[in-house]
Design a binder for this molecule. Structure first.
Ligand code: DAH
Length: 335
């Protein structure tokens, strides 16, 4: 094998001396170092050698490969250099522009909302996306056999764990940790086990809000919502409040806004209704306060679960939710 290798090296050196253009060079390169090249084949044989020969010949073969590769690289540089190098460089030509990255539309809107809430004295909190059945359901007054569980299609994991179906999983966690009074928002990713279409995705973003203090009422809730919406849309939006049922609030409401994609005429985003459910909300159920070790006879509070992804779609008039997680640059460059 020593002989074979040295002979091959000599042959390649000789061939390289006469090379004039890069096409021939590429052929030579392929002949020796390509997938079925001569040297490649020899290297493959190394593994069949006797154990005492292997280390020495293996090293030799690799050294020669390295040497030949650098020889080829050197030749390539010489061959590819244009004659009169430097002459065709025109310093007055504009340079090529470097593309800049930017924030995702969800991040942009999330920051707007966070800023609006920060001004109202709300802290911004984060928590687990991999959650227990307890915090995602039971602590929110949704017992094991309650039909409300079925309204959220869940990705179940082992040992009664799950991917959180909503950011409400943090309500009791936060009360346990910080107690009352409390004022906070929890933006984040949530997951639903459902088939996707223009307005449903298995992964999307919510922004939960929770305010607990003495004498908190619906009036506080409505005032906070209004200031939020005007901060985000920077334009007048029509809203309506409907009664809504969620086991963890009493009373519960749905806050809808007039669809900004179609102006209320009906489109795929608003399912032809002209209105989009943006923010379910309500007064925190006494049972939930109790789970968080907060005394409902002293404190009350409101909670809301803003559909952050939906809000983004409204703000930028995006008519297909799947675009947001698609990573498609033609879409992302527009923001
Ligand atoms: N977590 C609920 C969901 O994803 C939404 C929700 C409803 C959140 C009412 C709230 C609330 O905080 O008060 O369907």
């Amino acid at each position: 094998m020593d002989k074979k290798l040295n002979e091959l090296k000599a042959r390649l050196q000789a061939e390289l001396r006469s090379v004039q253009d890069s096409e021939v060079l590429a052929q030579i390169k392929n002949k020796y170092l390509g997938r079925k090249g001569e040297l490649t084949n020899i290297l493959k044989e190394v593994k069949n050698l006797a154990a005492e020969e292997k280390p020495r010949l293996g090293k030799l073969a690799n050294d020669i490969k390295f040497e030949l590769q650098s020889l080829l690289d050197k030749t390539e540089k010489i061959v590819s250099k244009p004659s009169g190098a430097g002459v065709d460089f025109d310093p007055t030509m504009p340079g090529s522009r470097r593309e800049e990255g930017h924030l995702h539309p969800i991040t942009l809107v999330q920051r707007d909302v966070e800023e609006a809430f920060a001004q109202l004295g709300f802290g911004i909190y984060d928590g687990p996306q991999l959650e227990s059945e307890f915090y995602n359901f039971s602590a929110l007054n949704i017992p094991a056999d309650h039909p409300a569980r079925e309204t959220q299609d869940t990705f179940w994991l082992e040992n009664h764990n799950l991917l959180r179906t909503h950011t409400s999983n943090l309500q009791v966690r936060m009360l346990e940790k910080y107690g009352a009074p409390f004022r906070g928002i929890f933006p984040g990713r949530v997951f639903r086990y459902e088939s996707t279409d223009a307005s449903h995705d298995h992964t999307f973003y919510q922004l939960e809000g929770l305010m607990v203090d003495k004498d908190i009422s619906m009036a506080n809730l409505i005032a906070v919502m209004k200031s939020l919406l005007s901060a985000v849309f920077r334009t007048k939006v029509d809203v309506r409040l409907r009664p809504g049922f969620f086991p963890f609030v009493e009373p519960g409401f749905e806050l809808d806004i007039k669809c900004l994609v179609c102006g209320g005429n009906g489109c795929s985003v608003c399912k032809q209704s002209g209105w989009v459910e943006l923010m379910p909300c309500g007064m925190v159920h006494p049972e939930v306060l109790k789970f968080g070790n907060v005394d409902p006879s002293v404190y009350s509070g409101f909670a809301f679960g803003l559909g952050l992804t939906r809000l983004v779609m409204m703000k930028y008039k995006i008519d297909d939710i799947r675009l947001l997680e698609s990573g498609d640059l033609r879409f992302l460059r527009q923001f």
